[in-house]
Structure formats: structure tokens, C-alpha cells
Design a protein. Structure first.
Length: 292
């Protein structure tokens, strides 16, 4: 996997400050842009061609708030960061396990296994990219795997029922239940379901998550036929056992930016209440050339 080193100048602590995660201090943003222009262009290029890039941020003494600002700044340079949920409207999410959650959870709230999925698959327009920064890695486990859409298509060709699977993925709108934290009420009183095909017609974009579909089917089993449910579960089993995967274990100060439409990601379970990642999702509607 290709990686890029980024470092913030030492004087950053004297000038930067953070207010409610909003991107500020534009004057200094432009100075940093000038300093890091080559590296940022390389990040764009790698993302466009490979769909994933690792960023190694040079260790420094500046505060965690400055670091968060910098991560938001990178995403704002590359595209448009989004508010992920409808209530808090936060752009930067702390990903750390929470205790005693009594609702339909999403993977980032818990320490269990997160099967292969794309983020925001339950949304009309899933974000094109997301950044994951590792602040405190899990002591043990918590390994991630990535799967590319091209390797999924390759595997489908090898399957005896490959044509049926591809037709199902291209044509059948499957129901994805919205995890409670992303609903209007933040709890199980809102049942929100969004229907979409898993693969786009041209096979260039994917959205997928096994449990959000299974949860939707518990509520409304008639949304798919028995044959479609069999194909859906077969596809999950194929992804889990037969599709090529690349594994990654992020260390502190490392981050990944992933194309959320070309790659699925998977995280093994972990046991470490201190594990902490930061996540920012963003769209690339406009590939900015400079912060404005
Ligand atoms: Fe995810």
C-alpha cells in the first residue's frame, strides 16, 4: 500500500485553535497548503488510482485538538466533509467502544467484529471517501482487512452461479436498515430503511453490509424473495471466505483514506476499551485545488 508522510510545521501550536470542529484560521490554511501541496497532490493521485492511501503523520508535541483540525483540514482539501448523523451533526467522530448500548448499533460503537461493509450503505448517497486516524491502537486484535471491487468481480466469475449473483447484485434493490444512531431520534423508535442495489449497473460502485440488510428483513421479510435472500447470504459467504483481502493494522499517528465505493472494509473484534480512532467521511463532489 502506498503511503505519504505529512508533517505540520512547528509553529502550528502558536497559531491554530479549534472551535466546535469548524474549519478555521483560513489564512494559515493557505500557508500549510503551500507547504504540503506536493504531498496532497500525491494523496489525490493515489486515491484516484488505487482507492486507498496510508498517511503517516510525523509525531509532534502539538495538541490533539490541533491534530483533529489538521485531519479535518486534509479532508476539506480533498473534498467536502459530511455530518454523519442527523442529531449531533459531527464531522469528526471518535471511534471507541461504548458500554451498555441498548439499540441497533453500528460497528463504530462496539468492539465486536465488523464484517465486510461499506460505510453509509443505508444512505441515498454514501460518502465517496473516509479517513480513519489511529490515536490509540487496540492492544490485541482489531486488525482491518480491505477488499477491492475488482477482486469481488473476479471471484464472482469463478462461482458456478456467478451470473445469478451478478444479476442479483446489479438489479435487486435490497433493504438496508439505518442503525439507530443515524436515525432522526437516535434510538430504536425510528425504523428507517433504504433500498438500493448492491452494485451499480457499470460494476464500478458498491454498497454493502450484511447485518443492516438482515435487520431490515427481520422487520419486513417480504422485501426480498426467498431466492434473493439465498443469493444475498451466498454473496456474504463468498466475500468472507473466498475473496482476496489485504490486511492492515494501523499504529498511532497513522491514517488511511479509503474509497468507500471501490473497497469494502472489515475489522476483527478487539478487547481494549482504550482503543481510539478518529473518522471523517467526505465527498468528492468538488476536488478542490485550494481551500477557499
Ligand atoms: Fe466502517
Amino acid at each position: 500500500m502506498e503511503s505519504i508522510h505529512l508533517s505540520l510545521p512547528d509553529w502550528i501550536d502558536d497559531y491554530m485553535y479549534l472551535t466546535d470542529e469548524k474549519i478555521i484560521a483560513k489564512k494559515y490554511s493557505n500557508i500549510i497548503w503551500d507547504l504540503l501541496a506536493t504531498e496532497l497532490d500525491n494523496i489525490k493521485e493515489i486515491l484516484n488510482t488505487k482507492g486507498v492511501v496510508k498517511i503517516l503523520i510525523e509525531k509532534s508535541e502539538y495538541s490533539e485538538d490541533i491534530l483533529k483540525w489538521f485531519l479535518l483540514w486534509i479532508c476539506n482539501y480533498l473534498g467536502i466533509p459530511t455530518y454523519t448523523d442527523q442529531v449531533q451533526k459531527k464531522m469528526l467522530w471518535n471511534i471507541t467502544p461504548k458500554e451498555n448500548i441498548n439499540r441497533f448499533t453500528t460497528f463504530s460503537e462496539v468492539d465486536g467484529e465488523a464484517l465486510l461493509h461499506t460505510d453509509s450503505q443505508f444512505s441515498p448517497q454514501p460518502e465517496h471517501y473516509f479517513l480513519l486516524y489511529c490515536s490509540i491502537p487496540a492492544n490485541i486484535w482489531g486488525i482491518s482487512y480491505l477488499v477491492e471491487i475488482k477482486d469481488i468481480l473476479e471471484e464472482i466469475k469463478k462461482e458456478i452461479n456467478g451470473n445469478d449473483i451478478l444479476k442479483f447484485l446489479n438489479e435487486v434493490k435490497v433493504p438496508f436498515r439505518v442503525p439507530s444512531i443515524f436515525t432522526k431520534t437516535w434510538d430504536d423508535s425510528s425504523i428507517e430503511i433504504y433500498k438500493s442495489t448492491i452494485l451499480s449497473k457499470d460494476n464500478k460502485e458498491i454498497r454493502f453490509r450484511f447485518d443492516t440488510v438482515e435487520e431490515a428483513l427481520k422487520i419486513a421479510p417480504n422485501l426480498l424473495t426467498d431466492k434473493e435472500i439465498r443469493l444475498f447470504r451466498y454473496f456474504q459467504e463468498m466475500l468472507e471466505h473466498r475473496v482476496k483481502k489485504v490486511n492492515i493494522k494501523l499504529k498511532s499517528w497513522e491514517c488511511l483514506i479509503i474509497d468507500n465505493k471501490k473497497l469494502l472494509h472489515w475489522r476483527t473484534a478487539f478487547e481494549d476499551p482504550n482503543r481510539l480512532l478518529y473518522r471523517i467521511r467526505f465527498n468528492n463532489n468538488i476536488w478542490k485545488t485550494k481551500l477557499c
